[in-house]
Design a protein. Structure first.
Length: 300
């Protein structure tokens, strides 16, 4: 924060100047996380979904607005360390070997080292470093247990696991919401924090998670690639006549309007290298920043 204060004095001391500067810093974090996610075609929307689940759970737990906003951002940034996981491990279709799993387990600390010099690192440290810790002490990287695990990490850990179970991966299709909730229930107090887990189960039983599962943005479900499954990501501003691409098999799809909704139809062509370049959804990131900025920024 001393770096932030020094830069703030250089830029000027008005509230508006500081707010704009901090929002730019926050945007840099979210763009970094987005580009990491873009490496894995099967996790389209994962960061958005974990962020929204985390926001819901933190809200249902009665936490203050600033804590809710911070935890939601932690959900968006939690997998930053996967930048250090090689593609052949990250996208492997078979069971990981012990050596490969050991590499996966480095991502919380790699994520923190990547972020540590950033002036807003305090926003996401707990979620990044500890979202794989478990109440029974069997998690990683530090084997924390019980209340030694930060609240942010306990919440994001539940939401991350739930999204992993209800999303398609290279090695399996998604499981039904009811089954994923039952797995969380079976592991309360072990893998998952009991109090937050019970609140999450209540949200699931009330159907309050359904509009997030299988979506990449509010009201935008993932679309099916005929070869790969639900890997096609539409954006809110997408229009009929545009093309989108499966970043797994490179297949091209035409966006069309049908019955007042957008559908995707294969063109039987493949995307070019330029078509397949990772492209940040700046509009989605701007909405995330707008939601969290007033509750979180201008901390000094």
């Amino acid at each position: 924060m001393s770096l932030f204060n020094d830069i703030s004095r250089f830029l000027g001391s008005s509230t508006a100047q500081k707010q704009n500067f901090q929002e730019d810093l926050l945007r840099s974090l979210l763009v970094m996380a987005w580009m990491v996610e873009a490496r894995d075609p099967y996790t389209g929307g994962h960061l958005w979904r974990v962020s929204r689940f985390s926001h819901l759970l933190a809200s249902a737990s009665g936490l203050p607005d600033a804590d809710i906003a911070r935890i939601a951002l932690g959900g968006f940034l939690h997998d930053l360390g996967k930048i250090g996981v090689p593609d052949h491990i990250l996208n492997k279709t078979d069971r990981l070997t012990e050596e490969e799993y050991a590499v996966i387990k480095t991502h919380p600390e790699v994520g923190w080292r990547t972020l540590a010099g950033h002036p807003l690192a305090w926003l996401a440290e707990a979620a990044i470093r500890s979202h794989h810790e478990m109440p029974n002490g069997k998690g990683y990287p530090n084997g924390l247990s019980g209340d030694d695990i930060p609240v942010d990490a306990r919440i994001v850990g539940i939401c991350d696991a739930f999204d992993a179970m209800t999303s398609t991966r290279p090695y399996r299709r998604e499981m039904p919401i009811k089954k994923a909730l039952s797995i969380i229930e079976e592991n309360l107090g072990g893998q998952f924090d009991r109090a937050f887990g019970e609140r999450f189960l209540a949200l699931g039983a009330a159907g309050k998670l359904d509009h997030i599962v299988g979506h990449s943005d509010e009201g935008i479900p993932l679309h099916e690639c005929l070869m790969c499954g639900p890997t096609l990501v539409l954006r809110k501003e997408q229009a009929a006549g545009e093309h989108i691409y499966c970043r797994n098999c490179t297949g091209e799809y035409l966006v069309q309007e049908q019955g007042g909704m957008l559908v995707t139809t294969p063109t039987k062509r493949s995307g070019s290298a330029k078509d397949l370049e990772p492209d940040v959804d700046n509009a989605l990131i701007a909405r995330v920043i707008h939601e969290s900025a007033s509750a979180l920024l201008l901390r000094s």
